[in-house]
Ligand binder design. Structure first.
Ligand SMILES: Nc1nc2c(ncn2[C@@H]2O[C@H](COP(=O)(O)OP(=O)(O)OP(=O)(O)O)[C@@H](O)[C@H]2O)c(=O)[nH]1
Ligand SMILES: [Mg+2]
Length: 292
């Protein structure tokens, strides 16, 4: 009998905010493991997700987008932690860019970090389904990256050749070294993180520009009331009474909308009926408490 060694390794996704890193991972895995939104820095901590097929196993590590300007505590902290995560071991690095946005100092900052990484790198130009382009501004990168792929993470275009290349670059392993316990998918009713991330995503999608950055979500309780019904208690923390008012909305309309949208998705993902008790609280110091 011929024994084929399996390929196995870690692939790190790096890029400025909003380039489509989380969308790429979700669409590759086939379920939501990392929340996405049109707002920058939706992802706040590295998220690992396991991809498997007949060729082997790949742990994708999604990272928060690196901000160019970091004046506030939260984004400074996220940047620092992301850079730490980037420097941890990975077998392959995917540097993802969004050709629909101009190259600027933020892109230069990320490129500076990527340049220092002594690992096989792949340049991925995402959002090729979009016609508006600044691609000529990125052409110079072709000299630096031997491997360049143009994809659409959203429309799932040209993902296959990229995946083939990743497998080419990964080492062969006689025996799997991946500990399943350390890996999401977060799609699990017991996961407080998964639920708080889904609620946070709805805030990113349903509130104006500044509000999402003033908030975080804590899940206090997940309790099975019966075989069918699960009770969840969660709190949105925000930094000032003014934001609390906006999150609640007139007659409680906004918070109801956020809660209902999140509840439906949690129910769908877990095949359970969900009762979600969602409230808003003011905590001016949540960033220091939960992100340092
Ligand atoms: N048109 C188009 N939009 C995309 C594509 N990939 C992602 N997007 C959109 O780009 C926005 C950002 O996507 P995310 O996946 O949240 O981006 P990210 O890089 O994870 O962002 P951060 O977590 O903030 O670093 C979302 O509105 C996505 O729907 C794509 O291939 N084409
Ligand atoms: Mg993301």
């Amino acid at each position: 009998m011929i024994q084929y060694a399996m390929k196995e390794g870690k692939v790190l996704l790096v890029g400025r905010p909003n380039t489509g890193k989380s969308t790429f991972i979700n669409n590759l895995i086939g379920q939501k493991v990392s929340i996405t939104s049109p707002k920058p820095q939706t992802t706040r901590f590295p998220i690992k997700a396991l991809f498997q097929d007949e060729r082997g196993k790949i742990v994708f590590i999604d990272t928060p987008g690196i901000f160019g300007k970091t004046q506030d505590f939260l984004s400074k902290n996220i940047n620092e932690k992301t850079i730490q995560a980037i420097n941890e071991e990975a077998d392959v690095v995917i540097y993802m860019i969004d050709h629909t946005r101009r190259r600027d100092f933020e892109e230069a900052k990320v490129l500076g970090i990527v340049r220092k990484l002594d690992k096989p790198k792949i340049l991925v130009i995402n959002k090729i389904d979009q016609l508006e382009t600044y691609l000529p501004q990125y052409e110079y990168l072709r000299k630096e990256f031997k491997r360049v792929f143009k994809i659409s993470a959203l429309k799932r275009l040209h993902i296959k050749p990229l995946l083939n290349e990743i497998y080419e670059l990964l080492p062969e392993k006689e025996k799997s070294e991946i500990g399943e316990e350390s890996i999401y998918p977060l799609l699990n009713i017991d996961s407080k993180i998964f639920i708080s991330e889904l609620i946070r995503e709805k805030i990113f999608l349903m509130m104006g520009e500044e509000i999402p950055y003033t908030t975080t979500v804590l899940v206090d309780q997940i309790k099975e009331r019966s075989k069918q019904l699960t009770f969840i208690k969660a709190r949105i923390l925000t930094t000032s009474p003014r934001y609390k008012k906006m999150l609640i909305g007139e007659g409680g309309r906004k918070i109801k909308e956020i809660g209902s949208y999140a509840r439906k998705e949690i129910a769908l993902a877990t095949s359970k009926k969900i009762y979600l008790n969602l409230t808003v609280e003011v905590d001016p110091h949540w960033q220091e408490t939960y992100y340092s």
